[in-house]
Design a protein around this ligand. Structure first.
Ligand SMILES: [Zn+2]
Length: 97
């Protein structure tokens, strides 16, 4: 899906991302873009999946093109939907039925 923009504030919809944890010297071998990487250092004796580890990296991955839809139809927040509706009323828009 292409990026959508809020009809009220113009903010763009969020990227559709995936998350992946790598341990110690593991290297990301996928073909997605790494848009965020946070490191974590563990104390001695930490085991994950039966394996002793000392560091991990939490990756946020994006395919470079897919975005989430806006959360509230044409708007990013309910507040934006409300502001837009109030502006429509002030501009003279009314329900027909
Ligand atoms: Zn908005």
């Amino acid at each position: 899906m292409n990026q959508q923009f809020c009809a009220c504030c113009g903010k763009g919809s969020e990227k559709l991302t995936e998350h992946l944890d790598l341990y110690d010297d593991e290297i990301y071998q996928g073909n997605q873009q790494i848009i965020r990487s946070t490191s974590h250092h563990y104390g001695d004796g930490t085991r994950i999946g039966g394996r002793a580890i000392s560091t991990s990296r939490h990756l946020t991955l994006w395919d470079g093109e897919t975005y989430r839809p806006l959360k509230y139809g044409s708007f990013c927040k309910l507040r934006c939907a409300q502001e837009f509706a109030e502006a429509a009323v002030r501009a003279g828009f009314k329900r027909i039925s």
